[in-house]
Write a protein that binds this ligand. Structure first.
Ligand SMILES: [Cu+2]
Length: 217
């Protein structure tokens, strides 16, 4: 009789534990995961202002919300902004420093960032999933030299588009960096400043960078 009682107690306890485990699983699925990058200025001497800000990536279920706040950028113009990273291997990207001005022209250009940061991966404009880098829907700074960008996409769709664009790589935000680009077309730059394809160097000039870190809520 006593044994039966104990067995019943054990079974009841198991039931309670199973119930609790179920609650924890549900909570984990609903939990938000946040990644953040503090953006620090690059090439501020050339630009005459220190661009800075913050990029956050909030994942909730299949929703990824990308949020970029920028200050101190050249006003009244569009600014390219992207996720950069290494297309091969598992190397973690870093933001460049003056040491990366390898041709010594006083400017860290986009090509000089590649050895430490990798290449352009995801555009932050009106349609990141399109993976189109050349588009005129990047954010435009106001007269006060600031902007706020926010876009929510399907994480599944972004990962799928990413896998096509960068074969063999995962999105892996914690290994990537965020770059802001662009100075006015009228900005005089040394001839040695390099750019990508036929894009003027003023458009791709890095003005801020931040390494993405996972944030514990
Ligand atoms: Cu970029």
């Amino acid at each position: 009789m006593r044994l039966q009682k104990n067995s019943f107690a054990v079974i009841s306890l198991a039931g309670v534990l199973a119930g609790l485990a179920g609650i924890f699983v549900v909570q984990a699925e609903n939990a938000r995961v946040t990644y953040k990058a503090e953006l620090s200025s690059l090439n501020s001497k050339t630009i005459g202002s220190s661009a800075r800000g913050e990029a956050t990536f909030t994942i909730s279920g299949d929703q990824l919300t990308i949020h970029v706040n920028a200050k101190g950028v050249s006003p009244n113009m569009e600014h390219l902004q992207h996720l950069h990273g290494f297309a091969k291997g598992d190397r973690k990207s870093e933001c460049p420093t003056t040491r990366n001005d390898t041709n010594g022209d006083g400017i860290i250009d986009i090509v000089e960032t590649e050895p430490v940061a990798g290449t352009t991966m995801v555009p932050f404009h009106d349609d990141p999933i399109s993976m189109e880098m050349v588009k005129d829907t990047y954010p435009t700074a106001g007269t006060d030299g600031s902007y706020s960008y926010e876009k929510t996409v399907s994480l599944k769709a972004l990962k799928a588009a990413f896998a096509v664009k960068v074969p063999g790589q995962r999105l892996d935000l914690a290994r990537r960096v965020v770059f802001l680009h662009g100075v006015p077309a009228s900005t005089k730059l040394p001839a040695a400043v390099a750019s990508l394809d036929d894009i003027p160097a003023q458009v791709t000039l890095p003005i801020a960078c931040g390494e993405i870190k996972k944030v514990r809520d």
